[in-house]
Design a protein around this ligand. Sequence first.
Ligand code: ADP
Length: 178
Amino acid sequence: MKKAIEIKTGDITGEKVCAIVNAANSSLMGGGGVDGAIHRAGGHAILEECREIRERRYPDGLPTGEAVATTAGAMDASYVIHTVGPVYGSCGNACESLLASCYRNSLNVALELGCKDIAFPAISTGIYGYPKEEAACIAYRSVKQFLNQGHEITVYFVFHNDQDRTVFEESIRGLQGL
Ligand code: ADP
């Protein structure tokens, strides 16, 4: 049986899962880091859909913590779920719950799409500056809480390098009994 949570190192754009999550910015118009990699690998179709979502649903941009889906263009995944992580230091006490919302809302969107698996990058831990150890605990706890509600979906945490993966694994060690 597949484990409900898997931890991997690699480029998330190559994941063969139903949905990959993009650590987007509120403009949804692409950016650096994993966002840039996803738009490059998926091609123009993703940007076109993002433009439509902006026009129809979020003229002022996607709020932090929310999640929306597009197709995945040329990638193997079926969907990209775009979520906007908090910029560390810009949200005071709310940062933790905003980051948790990114995971929870992305998982809910994946379920609505009928996905049985989803891959997350380490949201907010790059350009947005969230301390990796703190972000790891929030990510793991949010996903665990969701899975504990009985939802059947396999969740991959995908790290760009082994060092980040190790930080994550060490940070969540105390939480694994959740
Ligand atoms: P944010 O703006 O939310 O901080 P970033 O894209 O800057 O988003 O970084 C989020 C995390 O994604 C970082 O840990 C970064 O190392 C990682 N990352 C960047 N590119 C990729 C990729 N292609 N696959 C998986 N993870 C990636």
